[in-house]
Structures are given as structure tokens and as C-alpha cells.
Design a protein around this ligand. Structure first.
Ligand code: CU
Ligand code: CU
Length: 331
């Protein structure tokens, strides 16, 4: 009874008896158009319109031959474009967001060098490695470097990211990427793409060059301005990914977050197989939408039945509206 009374009191206090006229006008003005034009990708972004810069490459390059991979990543702060006309003062691996996609095979050795060219401490956490964080995922001071090796023992679609506290800040500022580990027995031939989903929270003071910066309170309240694939809102809606109808497509999705679960879905397709976290065993088959947790990955296999445009989204549609939408264009 007490809780009912408290709830009733809360409801009364939350609903003003007579809202001010300007508040009412504002709430109507914020409603999106309910009758959008037809040339939209599931209503979220224009398809095939002019982008203000070339899209980030989404194709997965083959793993290099050889069992030993020398990988060097340099951490630096850089201005990137996260949406048309929106620049952002990012923290990066190799000056780009997401960082470079790394691709090896199960059992390969990664010989890794990390260099910090930024003016604050950063670090690296490889989800594909099984090593002691206290030894290797340590903070690198500006100008320092770190070198070690690990064996990529488990196949999958793995996240890597800066692990320096507060981790949410370092991830929200752009310090993440994908490491794909192919299984020892190769997967069937397919057209392969890598998509890293993540969020940007604007509202901090602009930097001296006018680029946006992180709003920490918006991050803590889980309210991103942009939710993106490969670092830029709606880039594969404006520049669709070209594929062929009937061919096997394989999409490696890593969800960097730092906060939003991805409910990944291809409009007009049903996934033939989905490998959660990229594990080659226990695939799901014949599924429409699969959640990819923050800090996790999945591999999606799908064939598009006929020529046409097939949007891919997180079916959490507030996030698709904020940019987590793209298009597979089947010829
Ligand atoms: Cu960092
Ligand atoms: Cu992590």
C-alpha cells in the first residue's frame, strides 16, 4: 500500500496539471516526420546519397600468410569525422576509429608492439589473448612502448580496446577495434565484411579546432548522439556495400559500445548461420535477429535472395535512427 501511494505521488508530481504552452509546442516539434520519402533505408537514412567523405573500408582483408604476425599499433589523438559535418576529437589506435582490423588464424602468434604518442596514459586489452592483464594491459605513459607475444588460441570475432580507467571514456573516445581469428579448418568461401558498432556522446567543450568532445554525463546516462558502424553514422546507407544476390555473405560484428547492445538484423534476410562470439561450434541457424553484447562479437552468414537493397541495422531502432544502419546492395 505504501509503495502504491508513493507511486501515485510520483505520478502526480511527474505530470503537471497544465503544461506550459511553449513546452507543448516543443514536444510536437521534436516528433519526426511520419511520412518520410520512399528512398530511405528502413526509414533511418538516405540510401545512395552523397556522403561527405569516403566510407571506412568494411571488407575483411585475408589473413597474411605465416604463423607469426608482427603487429605494431600507435596510440595518438586525432580528429575524425563521425557523421556528415561532425568532427570529433578522438583518441585512436593508428589515427583511425575503429583501429585497424587485425586478422590471423587459430594458433598463430601475435608479436605485438604498442607505442603511446598521446599526451596521456593509454593501454591495450586484447580479448583474443589469454595472458595476465596485470603484466600486459598496463598503462603506457606518453612516449613509452610495450612489446610482448601471445598465441591466438581461440577462433572468433574479438574486440580489442584501451583499458585505461575510466575505460568507458577511452572506448567512447574511439580506442577499439576488431581482431578476427579464423578457425584452423577454414570457413567456406564467402564475401566478408567487418562491422564494429560503437557510440559517440557529444556535448563537451569543442576543442581549439572546433571538433566535438565527449560529454561524460551523457555517457553515464546511456544517451548517445550517434550509434555507428565503423566509426561513422549511416556511412553504408549513403555508400552501400556491394554484393551479389545468392552468394554467401559473412559479416563479422564486434560491439565496442561502450553501452548499447546490438540487436543485429538484415531486413529482407534470415541468417543461415550465426556464430556467437565467432565460436565455430554451436551455430544458430534460421534466425532473424541476434544480440551482440557490449564487448562481444558474432559472425553472421546470410544470402540475399534477389537483387535489391537490404538494410542492416541494430533493431533497437533508437540506435538505428542515430546512425547504426547500412545497406547491402545486391546486384
Ligand atoms: Cu586510452
Ligand atoms: Cu574488454
Amino acid at each position: 500500500m505504501l509503495s502504491f501511494l508513493m507511486l501515485a505521488a510520483a505520478c502526480r508530481s511527474a505530470v503537471p496539471a497544465k503544461p506550459a504552452a511553449d513546452q507543448a509546442v516543443q514536444s510536437v516539434a521534436q516528433q519526426p516526420d511520419t511520412n518520410p520519402p520512399a528512398n530511405v533505408s528502413h526509414g533511418e537514412a538516405p540510401v545512395g546519397s552523397v556522403a561527405d567523405s569516403a566510407p571506412v573500408e568494411a571488407r575483411l582483408a585475408p589473413a597474411e600468410r605465416g604463423r607469426l604476425h608482427h603487429i605494431r599499433l600507435e596510440m595518438r589523438h586525432a580528429t575524425i569525422t563521425i557523421a556528415p559535418g561532425q568532427r570529433y576529437a578522438a583518441w585512436t589506435f593508428d589515427g583511425r576509429v575503429p583501429g585497424p582490423t587485425l586478422h590471423v588464424r587459430q594458433g598463430d602468434t601475435v608479436d605485438f608492439t604498442l607505442v603511446n604518442h598521446a599526451n596521456i596514459p593509454h593501454s591495450m586489452d586484447f580479448h583474443a589473448a589469454e595472458i595476465a592483464p596485470s603484466k600486459y594491459y598496463v598503462n603506457l605513459m606518453p612516449g613509452d612502448s610495450l612489446h610482448y607475444r601471445f598465441v591466438a588460441r581461440v577462433p572468433g570475432a574479438f574486440m580489442y580496446h584501451c583499458g585505461t580507467a575510466p575505460v568507458a571514456m577511452h572506448i567512447a573516445n574511439g580506442m577499439y577495434g576488431a581482431l578476427v581469428v579464423d578457425p584452423a579448418t577454414p570457413r567456406p568461401k564467402a564475401r566478408e565484411f567487418v562491422l564494429v558498432q560503437s557510440e559517440f556522446y557529444l556535448g563537451g567543450d569543442k576543442d581549439s579546432a572546433g571538433a566535438g568532445t565527449l560529454d561524460w554525463n551523457r555517457l553515464l546516462s546511456l544517451s548517445p548522439d550517434h550509434v555507428v558502424f565503423n566509426g561513422r553514422a549511416s556511412q553504408y546507407a549513403t555508400s552501400p556495400l556491394e554484393v551479389a544476390s545468392g552468394e554467401l555473405l559473412r559479416l563479422y560484428l564486434v560491439n565496442a559500445g561502450p553501452n548499447r547492445i546490438s540487436s543485429f538484423h538484415v531486413v529482407g534476410g534470415i541468417f543461415e548461420r550465426v556464430f556467437q562470439d565467432g565460436s565455430p561450434t554451436g551455430a544458430l541457424s534460421g534466425v532473424q535477429t541476434v544480440n551482440v553484447p557490449v564487448g562481444g562479437g558474432a559472425i553472421f552468414e546470410v544470402r540475399l535472395a534477389e537483387p535489391g537493397d537490404y538494410p542492416f541495422v541494430t533493431h533497437a531502432f533508437a540506435d538505428a535512427t542515430k546512425g547504426a544502419v547500412g545497406v547491402l546492395r545486391a546486384r
